[in-house]
Design a binder for this molecule. Structure first.
Ligand code: ARG
Length: 472
């Protein structure tokens, strides 16, 4: 007989390649805790229902506890010939307690067993990840509080848009993380139905108590349909899709860390704890952890893709294809945990350069929107007109700046780089002077068109406004 567990009708050993492709023990050995917990719950239920004797159940439970401590202590010998964790545990149970071990698999199949084990494993992983995301949120919120008044440029299109604070920016990631936790919590809620009792696919002829095993294992209820119970892998897909979105969020922040720690930007500094050196360039400080968070998102999104593709062609009920659900998912969720730990560490470690951030926030006419708002509020201009007027002012200021600095760039390097604050003060003083001395008969227009031509009428209240275009 080839296999003690299922080899009754077989007369020859499997080919080496068959054994190789069939074995999943290298991956599913990680399910040992869940497998043993589910087997104990099943054995106790069988005894309660009078399906096996209380004495056999006691032996089984005791034997399973022994196996748990053997595996915990690294003393258990996993055998590839026994394919997977379920058969490794059961075979060892037989070594330990003899024939009573053979009663454990009554009213059960590896199909409902593996679905149960992996649900328990994913549920534990979700609980761990939730704790880690909460830690990450706490680190972000603490840093945000410390930098509630640290002004920095806010960006759209990676162009300076409007000033914000570093605290405000960090709190955006707290919100993303809150939604990530919500998605994992949702996945957990839907996952929490027990497949046990579905057996291979059609249930069992024994009078089992599915509610009992469900309750013992912390499930909300037994799964309603036995075919679905053994062939559902939505719980893995949902956990992976929550993980993929969470990883994308971390990756976006990691990308900002990479950009901001570049000497070209210099907004942020990571300590030696979260940077690495170069083997050839002694001056380098590389944000490797952030880069790897960004990169690991690939394998997390990839695991979701891979399992979607495995599942898409499977008829009901269990197919061996489903054995491929574990490796990618386990790696992906572990990668997410590592990314969360790294990001939490980096958030705690990071020091913003408040001076550089503030100077950058003052560049590029980042308060132009405030000026447009001021025109609306104070002069009752329609916002579209106020926007246009402000645009002209920005253009005029740029021209003036370029003329005086001889710069040809779109943004004048002279006034846009150094002492932005004093230059801004000089600019506004010049503006005020101009505003208070309208040129008689200048015929200027806020639209900047040559006088005499028709131009849009703006409902501004003050004549002074007309002189804005005199700056040209
Ligand atoms: N190792 C298998 C898996 O992970 C367990 C279920 C095997 N079931 C079967 N009918 N061969 O899917």
């Amino acid at each position: 007989m080839s296999n003690k567990m299922w080899g009754g009708r077989f007369s020859a050993e499997p080919d080496g390649v068959m054994a190789e492709i069939n074995a999943s023990i290298d991956v599913d050995r990680k399910l040992y805790r869940q497998d043993i917990a589910a087997s104990k719950a099943h054995a106790e239920m069988l005894a309660k229902q009078g399906i096996i004797s209380a004495q056999d159940a006691k032996k089984i439970v005791h034997g399973l506890d022994t196996i748990l401590s053997e595996i915990d202590a690294g003393k258990f010998v996993f055998k590839r010939a026994l394919e997977d964790i379920h058969m490794n545990v059961e075979a060892r149970l037989a070594d330990l307690i003899g024939p009573a071990a053979g009663r454990l698999h009554t009213a059960r199949s590896r199909n409902d067993q593996v679905a149960t084990d992996f649900k328990l494993w994913v549920r534990d992983a979700i609980d761990d990840l939730d704790r880690m995301i909460a830690d990450y949120q706490r680190a972000l919120a603490e840093k945000a509080l410390a930098h509630a008044a640290t002004v920095m440029p806010g960006f759209t299109h990676l162009q300076t848009a409007q000033p914000v604070t570093f605290g405000h920016h960090l709190l955006a990631y707290v919100e993303m993380a809150a939604r990530d936790r919500g998605r994992f919590a949702d996945a957990r809620r839907r996952l929490n139905e027990s497949p046990l009792g579905a057996a291979a696919l059609a249930g069992t002829s024994f009078r089992i108590d599915r509610k009992h095993t469900a309750r013992t294992l912390g499930f909300d209820r037994p799964a309603a349909n036995s075919l679905d119970a053994v062939s559902d892998r939505d719980f893995v897909l949902e956990a992976l899709s929550a993980a993929a979105i969470a990883a994308v969020h971390l990756s976006r922040f990691a990308e900002e860390i990479v950009i901001w720690t570049s000497p070209l930007v210099g907004f942020l500094r990571l300590s030696d704890k979260f940077t690495t050196g170069s083997s050839i360039m002694p001056q380098k400080r590389n944000p490797d952890a952030a880069e790897l968070v960004r990169a690991k998102t690939g394998r997390i999104v990839g695991a979701l893709d891979a399992l979607l593709i495995v599942m898409k062609g499977l008829p009901l009920a269990y197919q061996k294809d489903m054995q491929e659900d574990k490796e990618g998912a386990m790696q992906a969720l572990a990668a997410l945990a590592l990314c969360l730990a790294a990001m939490t560490g980096m958030v705690r470690d990071m020091t913003p350069d408040a001076g550089r951030m503030k100077a950058a926030a003052a560049q590029g006419y980042s308060t132009a929107t405030d000026l447009a708002d001021w025109l609306v509020r104070t002069l009752n201009m329609p916002f579209r007109d106020a926007h246009h007027v402000t645009g002209r002012i920005v253009a005029a200021a740029l021209r003036k700046c370029r003329r005086s600095s001889g710069a040809s760039a779109r943004t004048c390097s002279r006034c846009c780089r150094s002492s932005a604050r004093s230059r801004a003060a000089r600019r506004s003083a010049a503006l005020r002077r101009k505003m208070s001395q309208p040129r008689p008969g200048a015929g200027s227009s806020v639209s900047g068109r040559p006088s005499g031509k028709r131009r849009p009428r703006l409902r501004h209240k003050s004549n002074r406004l007309k002189s804005f275009t005199d700056l040209h």
